[in-house]
Design a binder for this molecule. Structure first.
Ligand SMILES: [Zn+2]
Length: 127
């Protein structure tokens, strides 16, 4: 696992496992309250969107800007999606290695990893 990646797991509860490596999110807050939506360690400016849809960014050397949707320089979420931290993450990969699966199942018992279960399985568990 790389320093900048977090692995998340999903299982059907019957021994089938998938994993996905997601980039860690940048921890910068713009104007103290808007969390940067890029990955940790990225280049260039930090950016986020306000509830109003305005684009907010802060430059690494200092200086912030707010671009409302009707401004000429506005950057839409569609234009910035390639920089969005989840866009930098892998797709779901099926885990095929038996040893890896037993390690994951052990970690799951010890609450070392977060596991996401499909809805079907969760419903059966709760009956
Ligand atoms: Zn950032």
């Amino acid at each position: 696992m790389g320093i900048n990646l977090e692995t998340i797991y999903q299982t059907d509860g019957k021994g089938q496992w998938w994993k996905r490596e997601i980039k860690e999110k940048c921890e910068e807050l713009i104007f103290i309250r808007y969390a940067c939506q890029r990955e940790k360690g990225h280049d260039g400016e930090h950016w986020s969107y306000m509830e109003s849809g305005s684009y907010v960014s802060s430059l690494k050397g200092g200086g912030c800007c707010i671009l409302p949707p009707d401004s000429a320089e506005y950057i839409s979420p569609l234009d910035s999606r390639n920089e969005y931290y989840l866009s930098k993450s892998s797709d779901w990969i099926e885990v095929l290695d038996k040893e890896e699966i037993s390690r994951i199942e052990q970690d799951e018992k010890e609450d070392q990893i977060s596991v996401d279960r499909p809805f079907e399985f969760e419903r059966k568990e709760n009956v």
